[in-house]
Design a protein around this ligand. Structure first.
Ligand code: UDP
Length: 240
């Protein structure tokens, strides 16, 4: 799908319009894998052929998640309309599913976090159809059972919150056999919706400092942050 709704950053096609447009745009796909394109995810996929090929496949839809991508887009003189955080798009999709009577399945996070996430979703979207949910801690020999469970419940949309690249691997592996229309890896979003983890205050999100808030709250994330400069340096080198 080649059109002017995307910009090119390194090998990736990143959606450039607003979040509201994105919700409409994904209707164009028969089946879509939504990827939260933050520098960490995109940088690590460069070193993994399978992920890279999938991220560039015609069923993939990469959103500009994070200030790093926004900076890269500006540098390339192809600015994006706005940052699209995975969790915000997830909310918009749930809202739309609620309106249209379509079902969702939630896979991932700890049972405790998942249960409060489900409860909060029902509170916020009382008419949403939850086809099923399951925590994200299972062995590889249980994976087929998990997939069968999802198949049986036949959701329209599958959210997978198991961290990157585990969630992307799961989606890529099972996308064909599952009948869902929307597949989305949502990282730590179930923890945020379940209120196990707090999101940064709005003003910090607005000025692009959500990453700083997360590092202060969860210092082990500092290591992961190194992918932002690495990514930006690569973008710079590729554009010289
Ligand atoms: N998780 C999971 N199964 C695993 C490992 C992690 O379900 O085997 C969950 C974890 O409980 C958390 C999410 O995956 O809810 C990962 O969140 P993280 O904040 O690391 O993701 P990010 O948003 O940084 O990609």
């Amino acid at each position: 799908m080649k059109d002017n709704n995307f910009i090119k950053v390194l090998d990736y096609k990143i959606y450039k319009n607003s979040i509201s447009d994105a919700v409409k745009y994904i209707e164009n796909y028969n089946k879509v894998h939504i990827i939260s394109g933050n520098p960490e995810v995109l940088y690590s996929a460069l070193e993994n052929d399978k992920l890279l090929n999938n991220f560039n496949s015609e069923n993939s839809f990469i959103i500009p998640d994070g200030v790093g991508i926004q900076i890269a887009a500006k540098f390339l003189k192809t600015p994006i309309k706005e940052k699209i955080a995975g969790i915000d798009l997830m909310h918009r999709i749930i809202e739309k599913c609620e309106k249209e009577g379509k079902s969702i399945y939630l896979l991932g996070a700890s049972s405790e976090s998942l249960n409060s996430c489900v409860a909060n979703i029902i509170m916020k979207y009382p008419n949403i159809i939850i086809a099923g949910y399951r925590n994200g801690y299972f062995d590889s020999n249980e994976e087929e059972k998990v997939v069968e469970e999802i198949k049986k419940s036949n959701p329209y949309c599958l959210f997978v919150a198991m961290g990157c690249p585990r969630q992307e691997r799961f989606i890529i592996k099972h996308m064909k056999e599952l009948n869902c229309k929307i597949f989305m890896g949502v990282g730590g979003s179930f923890d945020v919706i379940g209120e196990k983890v707090k999101r940064a205050p709005k003003w910090m999100i607005k000025i692009g400092l959500e990453w700083l808030y997360r590092v202060v709250k969860e210092p082990w994330r500092i290591k992961r942050l190194s992918s932002i400069p690495k990514f930006l340096i690569l973008v710079y080198k590729n554009n010289r």
